[in-house]
Design a protein around this ligand. Sequence first.
Ligand code: DUC
Ligand code: ZN
Ligand code: ZN
Ligand code: ZN
Length: 467
Amino acid sequence: EPLDLVIRGGTVATASAEFKADIGIRDGRIVTLAVELPRAKDEIDATGKLVLPGGVDAHCHFDQPTSDGSRMADDFASGPLSAAFGGTTTVIPFACQQKGQSLRAAVSDYHERANGKSVIDYAFHLIVTDPTEQVLGQELPALIRDGYSSFKIYTTYDDLKLDDRQIIEVLALAKREGALTMIHAENSDIIAWLTEALERAGDTAPRFHATARPAIAEREATHRAISLAEVVDTPILVVHVSGGEAMQQIVTARHRGTRVFAETCPQYLFLTADDLDLGGFEGAKHICSPPPRDTASQESVWRGLQDGTFQVFSSDHAPFRFDDPEGKKVGGETSGFSHVPNGIPGVETRLPLLFSEGVVKGRISLRRFVELTSTNPARLYGLMPRKGTIAIGSDADIAIWDPQKQVTITNDMLHHNVDYTPYEGRQVTGWPEIVLSRGAVVIRDGECLGNPGRGQFLECGTPDTLP
Ligand code: DUC
Ligand code: ZN
Ligand code: ZN
Ligand code: ZN
């Protein structure tokens, strides 16, 4: 049977190997890998290029309602489109339960939001904010079996956070049902107390967001989350880890034998708290939680990417426009940092930033890059072997990467609906040239060739949390 497509002459990289091979694709899947394949109906010349499994962005927020009157700028069309332009072929955004809402209702709501829009495949993590008896006893176990096998819980934000008892109940359920719990770890009361003190003193400029959410608040909640997971004896994944203090809790726990996984994001490599201090309200562009810290933290995070402390590198794309009363300015420019929606865009720049500063500059290997950005998230969230690798039988989700291309990042070249990028003016080496989703070219030379809605919903299987 003839092949639909051959990707010829490139250097294939997976999490475990780099080799020259042609890739044969039929019906959207990789069916052969060989040194020299016969001609196919369609051919892509990848000579001089890297052929990588498309990125899996396991932490991004699209069209997620907020409680402060703000609105996310990206929906399930623009978010995945922007991801695809940056070499990502699978996104795992969140379906967030509102307090008082059934989890099932939340899931159908997000399916409606996503239906017919995405250009690439997507799954959902749940966000559990209201672990009632109904949710823990019936809804969540059924949803886990239906392909929603990971969920996030919060230790902060009044409308999202769980107390320790609730966290234990949720973790016990994750253990029983074989799900993976992701934890946002920041001590809510420390933040509230510091915020009130800052506001009383009139210190409400954007940079005080970082003062109000110090590393110690993250360290304490990370320690506590790990302790609760140890009591239950179940794995957890700590999301958006910002620096050395929280990392130390994770490393120490792992030495005790706890299965604690960790994620970090571009903002902790490329921004510091000084980026919240740009004069006037400008710094609000970089308000996210946990906040970016200092250059020593950036170095710690790089070390963690090198030494295996981190398994996953995600964007935490949380898109709010800057110059917009439904964005960063929802509370007005003078009402202070505590009224600014938390989050920054980054779904399109995630891979180029890590490739350029990590692989090109020799901080991490190409294999490690693939592992952190594609293979590990696919594995941990139950999408392997369909996603996250280049192997026979896997979906032909592939980024053909030009490792030499020089790009100056500017917001007008990006495809999100946000009116700024935190990385404006930054020079990078390496950018995806062609992106395939299930064997179809969706991006070529800066053009989208895939229709919105061609992306499919993915049911996630059991998370692979073995060490
Ligand atoms: N946590 C996230 O994961 N994203 C945006 C804001 C936050 O606190
Ligand atoms: Zn979070
Ligand atoms: Zn403690
Ligand atoms: Zn997030």
